[in-house]
Design a protein around this ligand. Structure first.
Ligand SMILES: Cc1cc2nc3c(=O)[nH]c(=O)nc-3n(C[C@H](O)[C@H](O)[C@H](O)COP(=O)(O)OP(=O)(O)OC[C@H]3O[C@@H](n4cnc5c(N)ncnc54)[C@H](O)[C@@H]3O)c2cc1C
Length: 421
């Protein structure tokens, strides 16, 4: 096994792990990060802070900071109750700077959520919107004359369906399909293929003329998320200029280009900062040492021995495999930390699958102190330099509360600031 020494080991490459590596590398810590595929790949590209509260009523949040104040009162054990507004604002500020460094432009309306169209014909509520989707927000807010256009052969994405469902929320002046240039004979087309092809100016020119033929008098044009894989800004600026409109992307069914863009941009930027990325590898075992922790890392068998003074556990819930369930209960898979859960397996779920309150299963997780240091079975902090961040934390239901990225970003921020190395 090859030996590596570092200040901090980050377990997980989802949004929480990426944020932890970004905050730690900015503070001069040497970082090793490992993890397998993450739910980042399924992301629509936006970062939620708090989209629904209370979940029982399904109330969509307009002002996330006002709703956070309510949430802290209603759910005092929620991880957001361990963070104040200034910490959350600072976390997002620093993370969005890191996005800029990664080549990703984001838009925030201070203290206000935004909404943009989804492929289901609903409006997605979120806090930070990528440059690729911001004209969709304006289309909703200002009722700008809007064209929705899809690509023939792209499954699960119908511009006409989105237009008919969102009819009262959008001012749709045209909707229809075009055939993507040079894929005329393809029975099916895919966002990644089209995104790469649009980086070629010649293909882009033909694409623009086909869009012109169906867009009518639109001022904004929504297409599936496919406007470039690596050169998205160039593709969008060029299309906007050619047609005198503003383009926006409507996310496609996951996994899609927005998630891949995030992953590649973040990993590239962290590598430039010197973070040692062990992608498609995982922690196979860990033990405490006098100085911190010793990890064995590999795909199927140990390839690296990593000695770290501190560790951030950002291993997610069941999807990320941070939590694992068997007949006897739910366990945390890396450090074997206690997991808050109902005593009996029968109580994991409510009787109705669609119960508006959610299920106990969705709020299971690791218990921590105020700085996100996990607590052991005796209720004491396990280690001064071990932290748990993101969706593995107990007492939150990020999927229903629409707070996945915000939780990862803000808990990673507070954890890294509390490191004592
Ligand atoms: C379909 C979908 C759409 C989403 N859309 C949005 C959205 O629009 N806006 C938003 O804000 N959020 C969205 N999210 C949520 C968000 O992207 C994150 O999934 C969520 O916040 C959880 O992130 P996480 O980093 O805590 O965990 P995960 O993303 O689950 O990452 C866990 C990581 O830990 C790693 N890991 C686990 N065990 C080990 C081990 N032993 N060794 C090493 N690594 C390990 C995994 O390989 C993985 O890399 C979406 C999620 C999904 C699934």
């Amino acid at each position: 096994m090859k030996r590596i020494d570092c200040d901090l080991m980050v377990v997980g490459t989802g949004i929480a792990g990426i944020a932890a590596s970004a905050f730690a590398s900015a503070r001069g810590y040497s970082v090793v990060q490992t993890g397998m595929a993450t739910s980042l790949m399924f992301a629509a590209g936006c970062f939620d802070l708090l989209g629904v509260h209370p979940v029982e009523d399904g109330t969509v949040v307009e002002d996330p900071f006002a709703a956070l104040a309510e949430l802290r009162k209603d759910q005092p054990r929620h991880p957001y109750a361990k963070l104040d507004d200034d910490e959350i604002r600072s976390a997002f500020g620093e993370f969005l700077d890191f996005c800029g460094e990664s080549g990703l432009e984001y838009h925030v309306r201070e203290g206000r959520n935004m909404q943009f169209p989804t492929p289901l014909g609903t409006l997605k509520t979120t806090y930070c919107v990528p440059r690729t989707m911001i004209a969709g927000v304006r289309a909703v807010e200002e009722k700008l004359p809007c064209a929705l256009i899809d690509m023939q052969g792209l499954k699960g994405h119908s511009a006409q369906q989105i237009a008919s469902i969102l009819g009262d929320k959008l001012n749709v002046v045209a909707s229809g399909s075009i055939v993507f240039p040079e894929m005329e004979d393809n029975a099916e087309v895919y966002p990644v293929q089209m995104g790469m092809a649009l980086e070629n100016p010649r293909v882009r020119g033909i694409f623009a003329e086909r869009i012109r033929a169906v867009m009518g008098d639109a001022k904004v044009v929504g297409v599936p998320a496919m406007l470039g894989q690596y050169l998205t800004k160039d593709v969008m600026d060029d299309l906007d200029r050619r047609l005198g409109v503003e383009f926006f992307e409507v996310p496609t069914m996951p996994p899609g280009i927005p998630g891949q863009r995030l992953k590649e941009a973040f990993v590239g930027a962290l590598r430039l900062r010197g973070v040692n990325h062990m992608l498609q590898k995982r922690v196979l075992c860990v033990e405490r040492t006098a100085e911190g922790f010793r990890f064995e890392v590999g795909a199927d068998w140990p390839q690296f021995e990593v000695f770290a003074k501190g560790a951030v556990l950002a291993s997610g819930r069941f999807l990320g495999k941070g939590l694992q369930a068997d007949r006897t209960g739910v366990r945390e898979a890396v450090f074997d930390l206690p997991v808050t859960q109902p005593e009996k397996r029968n109580d994991w779920h409510e009787k109705s699958f669609l119960d508006a309150r959610g299920h106990a299963m969705n709020s299971m997780g690791v218990e921590t102190d105020e700085s996100f240091r996990p607590l052991g079975a005796d209720g004491a902090v396990v280690s001064e330099n071990l932290f748990a961040v993101g969706s593995i934390l107990a007492h939150q239901d990020w999927m229903r509360q629409k707070c996945g990225s915000g939780l990862g970003i803000s808990t990673a921020y507070k954890a890294v600031k509390a490191l004592k190395i």
